[in-house]
Design a protein around this ligand. Structure first.
Ligand SMILES: [Zn+2]
Length: 109
């Protein structure tokens, strides 16, 4: 997975949040980094996510973001990791270990 960059001009920082403009509700939503780029979404670094300003009359909704500078709880991290895993790829643990004490033995005549 490649590192996504902040979409602000000339900002080299890695993106940690995705900003979504909900034009119908005049609301800007800042949440965890989206897994897929969609129209009207912008990836932002920590600083730009925190300093976001919206047009007059707009609301800002800030969801919990997993940032490097804050310290999210372990539960948040686990939940996020689970969400990413479920969204991204098939389960890596496809082969559960066999029951203890049993070994497969090659057949003999
Ligand atoms: Zn930035």
């Amino acid at each position: 997975m490649s590192v996504r960059r902040c979409t602000r001009a000339a900002c080299p920082a890695a993106a940690v949040a995705t900003l979504t403009y909900v034009y119908a509700d005049q609301t800007a939503v800042i949440g965890p980094l989206a897994t897929a780029a969609e129209p009207h979404t912008y990836d932002l670094c920590v600083e730009h996510a925190q300093r976001l300003s919206v047009p007059q009359g707009w609301n800002v909704i800030r969801l919990a973001i997993d940032t490097a500078t804050s310290e999210p709880s372990r539960d948040d991290l686990l939940a996020l990791a689970d969400a990413v895993r479920e969204a991204g790829r098939p389960r890596p643990e496809a082969e559960p270990p066999g029951p203890p004490g049993l070994r497969s033995v090659p057949p003999r005549d």
